[in-house]
Design a protein around this ligand. Structure first.
Ligand code: ATP
Ligand code: MG
Length: 440
């Protein structure tokens, strides 16, 4: 099943007297019966030899000093990497130098997990030196070699392993799992960008909640803001779990999309700091959404999350506990203020939050969300005018009616916009002009 453009690369290298194999993720995915999203090739050819073999083709330096050159075939870049061993890792981050090798074996043994350490031979049969097929069969993540050593070389592998487990819904082999927990402090040496990139992959995986639950200590190392939730009992009729378990259930209930999952991960992290018990012994968390927002902001900035994602997440964290309007008029005003996308997102968050409540409290919380969702949908069905730009009259029209220029023009336009959004006035020019005349 090797695609044409990859076969082309393999043939060329082999005809020039080098060895060349598809390797890594593409082998793993083809063996799983999934179409690989890209194909990486490893070869005995040195970088300058790769350049020479493909001299007539466009190439990209994809890390030449580590042996990687991307060659473009049929508009698709394919990364070709010289067999290599990684030198000593002095800072748990980067190999200080790489050594180019002449044999495949050394290249496979530097790779992180057994399922990622296979190549395909000339007959497209797997070359599997570390039991990767067996682990794939058993749905297991296991390091190539001793996990403590491998994580000490590169701490990011801990998160990579959790990411593969979450994405593939695999379990982690016990010795590897123990080394992940024991080695979690190694993550402190890894750049925020690399950490966040893996965290994103973990969060959008189908097994995200399970991985967060089973490896909470690892996550609390990179997100200390989350730690107080674990074991924090709520003393509330709405909840039958600690704040962390409630959080994980809400994550499990949500679509596999980053913004929702981040928002749910943080939505209640401010609760422990806002906890108080009334005279009846019932727990309350007044002000926790704002507190959660502040903590989420600190965490997302530290992780160098892009500002668009961050702002969407923070909005949802802050508003997750909002009681939405029950009248068409109120909902229309909110719609005008926030826009349809934000409100739809907010309803998704509130629904997931509701689903994670104690069974006795779940029904009424869900009923609220469904009522608001129905109200919003019925409003949107009417395609309300939601911006001055779409309003059937403009400031010019009002001036033509004899209105004096000034802020009152904008105020009247906004008033008409609200009335049309609420359905009190149709967005029709004549009706709006008639209304305007009564106001001037
Ligand atoms: P994906 O489908 O997520 O791209 P992948 O297996 O292709 O999965 P990459 O991050 O693209 O993952 O890396 C390609 C290959 O390089 C891996 O399969 C693995 O063999 C090796 N690799 C990548 N990062 C590391 C690392 N930090 N330590 C050891 N080997 C690694
Ligand atoms: Mg890849």
């Amino acid at each position: 099943m090797i695609p044409e453009h990859v076969s082309f690369i393999l043939d060329r290298l082999r005809r020039a007297g080098h060895r060349a194999y598809p390797v890594g993720g593409c082998v793993r995915d083809s063996l799983r019966g999934v179409t690989p999203h890209d194909w990486d090739v490893c070869t005995s050819a040195r970088p300058e030899q790769i350049e020479q073999v493909f001299s007539e083709r466009p190439q990209i330096d994809a890390g030449r000093k580590h042996g990687t050159i991307a060659v473009i075939v049929d508009h698709t870049p394919v990364e070709i990497t010289t067999f290599r061993a990684d030198g000593a890792y002095l800072d748990n981050r980067h190999p200080t130098q790489v050594t180019f090798l002449t044999e495949l074996e050394g290249d496979l043994s530097r790779r992180d997990f057994t399922i990622n350490a296979m190549a395909l031979d000339e007959d497209e049969r797997p070359i599997d030196l570390f039991g990767g097929r067996q682990d794939l069969e058993n749905r297991l993540i296991r390091t190539v070699g001793d996990p403590n050593t491998r994580f000490a070389e590169d701490g990011l592998r801990i998160l990579r392993g959790l990411r593969f487990a979450s994405q593939l819904d695999f379990t982690i082999e016990p010795i590897t799992a123990r080394a992940m927990r024991e080695g979690r402090a190694l993550l402190q040496n890894i750049s925020a960008e690399r950490v966040f990139s893996e965290l994103k992959g973990i969060l959008v995986g189908p097994a995200a909640a399970r991985i967060l639950r089973d490896y909470s200590s690892v996550f609390f190392t990179i997100l200390p803001e989350l730690a107080p939730m674990e074991g924090f009992w709520q003393h509330s009729p709405y909840h039958d779990s600690d704040v962390w378990e409630h959080t994980l259930r809400s994550v499990a209930a949500s679509p596999e999309e980053l913004v929702y999952r981040l928002a749910l991960l943080f939505h209640d992290c401010g609760k422990p700091a806002c906890f108080f018990r009334d005279e009846k012994g019932i727990g309350h968390f007044y002000g926790h959404p704002q507190r959660s927002r502040e903590m989420a902001e600190t965490a997302l900035r530290r992780l160098k999350c892009d500002s668009d994602t961050r702002e969407r997440v923070l909005y949802l964290v802050e508003k997750h506990d909002t009681w939405l309007p029950d009248t068409e008029k109120g909902m229309a005003r909110l719609l005008l203020k926030e826009g349809a996308d934000r409100l739809k997102d907010l309803l998704i968050i509130e629904r997931c939050d509701a689903l994670a409540h104690a069974p006795a409290a779940r029904g009424s919380a869900l009923a609220n969300v469904e009522r608001w969702a129905a109200l919003l949908n019925s409003l949107l069905q009417k395609q309300p005018c939601l911006s001055l730009h779409d309003l059937a009259v403009s400031g010019k029209d009002l001036l033509a009616l004899g209105m004096a220029p000034g802020p009152q023009v904008g105020a009247l336009l906004n008033q008409m916009l609200e009335l049309t959004a609420e359905g009190a006035l149709p967005n029709e020019r004549d009706t709006l002009l008639a209304f305007a005349r009564t106001q001037i």
